[in-house]
Ligand binder design. Structure first.
Ligand code: MF3
Ligand code: CO
Length: 291
């Protein structure tokens, strides 16, 4: 047995507000888009205020870890040392690094240098060199709530070409962010990201993208950065997902290392750059949770 929620009944989300002033209008927007044939989120993809609070607390650790990395990274540092910093700071603040043992991943953080696109595994044998561009991708579990963000670092004297790639990758993420508001589509974000990358002569990685996050590390939907405007899922308040386009200086083709099963590199050996934030869709736009 089931019955329709009355407009004056308490909302299903537990806010204590009447349905008609809480998720009523949101459901109307979802139903309108669904009838037009759009992909729409299920209710369990919409985080409650309580869950958002948990994700914010997890995010606070994630940000602190990246701030520490930012102030200590430099030429001569091994990627294994970065892994140790991430583990020590995360656990010191009561969290667990989400990558550790995730699908068999052996370390606490991903460190991806130059032509490594993502999922670079820290090693005592890999020493950061002058001229490298490096992505450090940090993810945290705290009291069951997940957060995820990454930043690029330029080590010493980086060539103007690589510096520009790093800057444009950040611009792509920020332009994508501007598209985050209820009623827009994930494809609107993808379209501006692809356009900005292409205008600068770069390409966007297709097979790996962003994801919803919060109660698990990687939740549905998958977030593409190569989709056209008006496609992919409707954005609705309460959705939490990452914006993390991988921008390649050369072609978009990538491969995974057969030996370790993780390290992703560009097929042409040209560099790749990526910044990542986690955002929540709010009633009027977005809230940045991690950066
Ligand atoms: N942090 C990555 C992301 O942005 C995922 C890394 S999976 C791992 O989604 F196992 F390699 F950590
Ligand atoms: Co992510």
């Amino acid at each position: 047995m089931s019955h329709k929620i009355g407009r004056n009944d308490p909302c299903f989300c537990g806010s204590g507000k009447k349905y008609k002033v809480c998720h009523g209008p949101i459901d109307d927007m979802i139903e309108g888009a669904r009838l037009k044939g759009h992909l729409v989120p299920s209710h369990d993809m919409l985080k409650t205020e309580e869950q958002l609070q948990g994700i914010r607390e997890s995010s606070r650790i994630n940000i602190a870890v990246l701030d520490y990395v930012e102030s200590h990274i430099g030429a001569g540092v091994t990627t294994e040392e970065i892994d140790t910093w991430v583990y020590d700071i995360t656990t010191g603040m009561g969290g667990i690094p989400a990558p550790l043992n995730y699908d068999g991943y052996p370390k606490s953080v991903c460190v991806s240098i130059n032509e490594v696109v993502c999922h670079g595994i820290p090693s005592p044998d890999v020493v950061l060199q002058d001229g490298d561009i490096v992505n450090v991708d940090v993810s945290t579990v705290y009291k069951g709530f997940f957060s995820d963000s990454s930043r690029m670092f330029c080590i010493g004297n980086v060539s103007p070409e690589k510096k520009k790639l790093v800057e444009v990758a950040k611009e792509c993420m920020m332009l994508g962010l501007e598209q985050v508001k209820p009623g827009n589509f994930l494809g609107d974000m993808a379209a501006v990201i692809s356009q900005h990358a292409h205008e600068n002569g770069y390409t966007v990685v297709r097979e790996i993208g962003g994801h919803a996050i919060g109660l698990e590390f990687h939740e549905d939907p998958f977030v593409s950065y190569v989709a056209p405007k008006g496609t992919e899922m409707l954005m609705v308040p309460g959705m939490v997902f990452t914006i993390e386009p991988m921008i390649n200086m050369g072609g978009y083709e990538i491969s995974v290392d057969d030996e370790d099963g993780w390290t992703v590199t560009t097929d042409d050996g040209l560099p790749s750059a990526q910044w990542e934030i986690t955002v929540a869709v709010t009633k009027t736009g977005y809230e940045i949770l991690t950066y």
